[in-house]
Design a protein around this ligand. Sequence first.
Ligand code: 5GP
Ligand code: ZN
Length: 113
Amino acid sequence: MSNCIFCKIVNGELPSTKVYENDDVLAFLDLSQITKGHTLVIPKIHNENIYDLSPAIAAKLFEAVPAISRAINKEFEPQGLNLLNNNGTFAGQAVFHFHLHLIPRYDENDGFD
Ligand code: 5GP
Ligand code: ZN
């Protein structure tokens, strides 16, 4: 998708701070982090949201999530981690390339309600 910002990040047209990468999946820090280490995990192939995701791509994505979570734990030492995914404008989706939010949690005042 030529006008998709996450596709541009995948193909290097836009910069990002990478947390993890393999052939199918990319994880990078969110531009405006809700908490320190807030990371987005995306399939490299363009899928709008959960409704478009094939089982094979979904499997590849979730296979990578434990290793990404451990990398976040090692780097940022949070007390916990929330996984979040928005599908559709009404659900808060702003970027229409499937992404999973990994949101490290520190304490009750860490900024994420
Ligand atoms: P959504 O609301 O679609 O679930 O989340 C989109 C997320 O993408 C937001 O948290 C927003 O901060 C992040 N974001 C938007 N544009 C960029 C960008 O160019 N680079 C990065 N790293 N994150 C972005
Ligand atoms: Zn895309």
